[in-house]
Design a protein around this ligand. Structure first.
Ligand SMILES: C[S@@+](CC[C@H](N)C(=O)[O-])C[C@H]1O[C@@H](n2cnc3c(N)ncnc32)[C@H](O)[C@@H]1O
Length: 376
């Protein structure tokens, strides 16, 4: 069969991957552990399910060099494949570990309930002046006291349950920031006065407490982990907190499914700043590829391309020839043909996916490409 031209490859829209809101509502896109914590720039689990079925078999090893909130690893596990995920963001690694760990459910639920109750007792013992300057600026005094008390209670738990409590703490901290209801993704300044809320179409007041979120997310987290437990397989999931340009993988993956960062869009550390401040996580933001703060000037785009070539070459060297590499990206600047070429990947298929359900202030229709390549 004659090889299709690049233009022909790019012109196809894959209907199997272009779900409408009715076919795939929000509740399905954030099913079980996928909804443990909000995350910008996440791809949807159903996309990963399709690519696992198309290009992998149970028992394979799937690698995601930009594991983010862990979508690939969760789905790889449910599919029966080993998952290896790498990310330079400590919070994203924490989230992925929590989603993929195997728990004794009764012990987990009991310990989380006790941690919440214990945090209520500890509130009086947490001083007002505790917490970093950033925390003091972004939280009302009572909310901060409740978060710090919960942190102290979580500190009494052992891993992996302590890490689950850290995710509950982070999710609550995200909701309890002094920001408007409509600006949870990119809050600029703390908001301390009542404001007109574009989301609720009325006057709203900034959040003063965190306890209601801690309570709500304690039960929601237990339910989500329980729901995933019935789908979990015994396949292993491994999370590496490394820069994917240099990481050495413990085994040779069968292939890759990933959605890379794209230049000028999101600062992945800053997005979860509250978690870094509360948990004292290691900050490796200088190693982020294509951060929003780096802009989209010519040198930023060139640096992005060099970095992506580095990631893909590093991964290819650790995989066999012919291994599938599936890259989901909205390549509006056409940076990828050159990246794939320089990384020695053979482009086999490009499927264009219609995405019609972005929420909040980033709303609007757009198309996303899935580049299916093979290691040469
Ligand atoms: C688009 S997100 C991945 C989202 C993921 N597919 C999901 O569903 O959650 C890109 C990720 O790349 C990570 N990243 C950026 N630079 C990196 C680097 N040098 N090494 C490893 N990960 C990096 C970011 O921290 C972010 O989590």
């Amino acid at each position: 069969m004659a090889r299709r031209t690049q233009a022909a490859l790019y012109s196809e829209i894959d209907l199997e991957l272009s779900w409408s809101e009715d076919q795939l509502p929000q509740v399905e896109r954030t099913k079980h552990v996928h909804g443990l914590h909000p995350y910008l720039g996440k791809f949807i689990p159903q996309l990963v399910e399709v690519f696992l079925r198309r290009y992998f078999n149970p028992g394979d090893c799937v690698y995601d060099p930009f594991v983010g909130s862990g979508t690939t690893l969760v789905e790889a596990n449910a599919f029966g494949a080993t998952g290896i995920g790498c990310d330079v963001s400590a919070f994203n690694c924490l989230l992925t570990r929590v989603k993929t760990a195997d728990y004794s459910l009764g012990a987990l639920e009991m310990a989380l309930r006790v941690a919440y109750e214990e945090s209520r007792h500890l509130q009086g013992k947490v001083g007002d002046s505790l917490g970093t300057d950033w925390l003091q600026r972004w939280y009302a005094p009572m909310a901060l006291r409740e978060l710090l008390a919960y942190r102290a209670a979580a500190g009494q738990l052992d891993d992996p349950i302590r890490e689950v409590a850290h995710v509950i703490l982070s999710r609550s901290a995200r909701s309890a920031r002094l920001t408007t209801h409509f600006d949870l993704d990119f809050p600029r300044q703390p908001v301390t006065d009542a404001y007109y809320c574009h989301k609720h179409k009325r006057t709203c007041a900034p959040v003063e407490e965190a306890s209601k979120f801690l309570r709500r997310y304690t039960s929601d987290t237990s339910e989500r982990i329980r729901a995933f437990a019935s789908l979990r397989t015994r396949a292993e999931s491994l999370v590496l907190h490394e820069d994917s340009r240099a990481v050495r993988l413990p085994t040779r993956p069968s292939g890759i499914i990933t959605s890379p960062p794209y230049p000028g869009l999101i600062d992945y550390h800053e997005q979860h700043r509250y978690a870094y401040e509360l948990l004292g996580l290691v900050d490796r933001r200088l190693e982020e590829i294509g951060p929003a703060s780096g802009g989209t000037g010519r040198s930023a785009l060139a640096a992005y391309q060099d970095s992506m070539v580095g990631v893909l070459l590093n991964a290819s060297e650790q995989m066999d020839s012919g291994a599938p590499v599936v890259v989901v990206v909205n390549d509006s600047r056409s940076l990828y043909p050159a990246i794939l070429d320089r990384a020695g990947l053979r482009l086999e298929d490009v499927v264009t996916r219609h995405v019609n359900r972005r929420t909040c202030r980033r709303a609007g229709e757009f198309y996303e490409s899935v580049l299916v390549c093979r290691v040469a």
